[in-house]
Ligand binder design. Structure first.
Ligand code: TTP
Ligand code: MG
Ligand code: MG
Length: 370
């Protein structure tokens, strides 16, 4: 691929290593060296729930994100493993501090998730990938000395390639993919690693005989467009060659915030469900009020015992940040839902608020107490 110097960019993707579990190791050095598994317990007692993440020692036993806690315990029964419950508040505090460090090193910065961020270091590095590598080493050192957390960094001419590169040498690795090496680098990598390829698309691609990105690059564009439509088909054709012009740019505020919780037992008892709903409302309300946001939209989600999700939403006449209104609206949405879905009991209950606006009205008491 020929790169015009003007267009050549140096992009980094930073991903923290086994993040939640590493934070736990940092908090308690006594667990270092043992398998550490961070779990999301469903609240139904026993081992009901899933693994959020695990450290690399546990991964050697086949334990990782998404498997059930019961299965993880089975796989680790011969060793002294440490099972912990997720502590989101702690991880998000550590994440915020680390993002502040990373941000300083780029001409542009974009946080992509709780543990990853993109940096455009084109100007910083003078378009020189070796200087990019030096910057990456500095970032790793800075995060390690300040927050005691290791990360892996990919450096490439695009976000798409940088993200894949960051996953190649984990933990504590740096992977540099120069412009002229992009196609060779991508060629053997499974298509699943491409942003936009989920389980379903992966299967469709497998059916076309395509397993690696190199095989995808060799596929006829017409065939891709016929299978996936013009937009996605063209995206895959470009992505397979590492072509991705998307910029590194800061994301706006979340468009919605939601919380979900599993009830102690399946029920249609509205009092019990409202109790849980109110707790979610308080949690959501405090997050948004803290950020000075008001909102117009409220959604209630109920997952029934057949695991089907039902939602009911309401848009308020004007933006609000009043907890009582949230609770009232959520309560009546739940009543409607229960009245209309009469065949099943509720297993999980959730709430979402959306359509945010910056609140400019009178200050509330909570503004001073938070
Ligand atoms: P990842 O960066 O995907 O994973 P990781 O940081 O644990 O491990 P790696 O070294 O491979 O990067 O996700 C970041 C955090 O997000 C992870 O620590 C826990 C959380 N997470 C979940 O809760 N569930 C999931 O299914 C995944 C993938 C991540
Ligand atoms: Mg990670
Ligand atoms: Mg990540």
């Amino acid at each position: 691929m020929v790169f015009e110097l003007q267009q050549l960019r140096v992009i980094m993707h930073v991903d923290l290593d086994y993040f939640f579990a590493q934070v736990e190791e940092r908090e308690d050095h006594a667990i270092v060296g043992r398998p550490v598994i961070v779990c999301v317990y469903s609240g139904r007692g026993g081992d009901s729930g899933v693994v959020s993440t695990a450290n690399y020692i546990a991964r050697k036993y086949g334990v990782g994100s998404g498997i059930s806690i019961a299965l993880a315990k089975k796989k680790l029964k011969s060793v002294e493993a440490v099972f912990l419950s997720v502590n989101h508040q702690l991880y998000s505090m550590v994440s915020k501090k680390i993002m502040c460090i990373i941000r300083k090193y780029g001409d542009a910065f974009e946080q992509a998730s709780i543990d990853e961020a993109y940096l455009d270091v084109t100007d910083r590095s003078g378009r020189d990938f070796e200087r990019g590598r030096d910057l990456a080493i500095e970032i790793q050192k800075d995060i390690l000395t300040t927050e005691e957390i290791t990360c892996s960094i990919g450096i490439a001419p695009s976000k798409l390639v940088a993200k894949i590169a960051a996953g190649i040498h984990k933990p504590n690795g740096i992977t540099l993919v120069r412009p002229e090496a992009v196609e060779t680098f991508l060629s053997p990598i499974p298509v699943r690693e491409l942003v936009g390829v989920g389980a379903k698309t992966e299967k469709t691609l497998h059916n076309l005989g395509v397993r690696t990105i190199g095989e995808l690059a060799n596929l006829d564009l017409g065939r891709l467009v016929k299978t996936f439509g013009k937009k996605l088909g063209t995206y895959f054709a470009d992505a397979a060659l590492g072509i991705d012009h998307s910029r590194v740019e800061e994301r706006g505020k979340a468009e919605s915030i939601s919380r979900m919780s599993t009830l102690k037992e399946n029920t249609r008892d509205s009092e019990a469900i409202v109790g849980e709903l109110n707790r979610l409302a308080e949690d959501l309300h405090s997050s948004t009020v803290k950020d000075g946001l008001s909102f117009r939209g409220i959604t209630v989600v109920a997952v029934m015992d057949d695991l089907k999700a039902h939602t009911r939403s309401k848009t308020l006449d004007k933006s609000s940040r009043d907890l009582t209104i949230v609770k009232q609206v959520a309560g009546s949405l739940l009543e409607n839902l229960l009245a209309e879905e009469t065949n099943h009991q509720v297993r999980r209950i959730g709430m979402k608020i959306f359509d945010f606006a910056k609140h400019e009205g009178q200050k509330q008491l909570t503004d001073f107490t938070l």
